[in-house]
Design a protein around this ligand. Sequence first.
Ligand SMILES: [Zn+2]
Length: 155
Amino acid sequence: MKDSHPAIISREDFEKAQELMAERAKSKGNIEGNRDKYTNRYALTGTIVCGNCGNTFKRHIDNCGTVSESVCWICSTYIIGRKKSCGMGRVKEETIKGLFVKIFNQLYNDRAKLLGDYKAKLEREKLTELDNERIGKLDEEIERLIKQERALFDQ
Ligand SMILES: [Zn+2]
């Protein structure tokens, strides 16, 4: 037996996901061996999308080197100087982190419901698999009976 443990995701799905990730990395310039140069520097880089214009946010330090130094993220469209094309402006990193924790906690609290749906879906698929197996066995049985019948008539 190849896989003794039942997989949470199927082998095909896993391989498909790996392929997709490799493709995405390639399109972002994350080619193996060249990783350091292109790996995103911060966890949030490229992940915050402006709800106003669809561009990504960039990290920026306000009042760098002073006591009032603070990190914020600014819409790229806004930075390039097209302030008129996007009025989103800047968001404090602390605000983003706070929101992330809030959303994460909400998801964590709802995990039973979210995973419950997933579990039910998996069980439905498992049932179909069992059905297919049973149908396969019935097909074999029919085939066997037909052969038996033919053998009887041939005699
Ligand atoms: Zn924007």
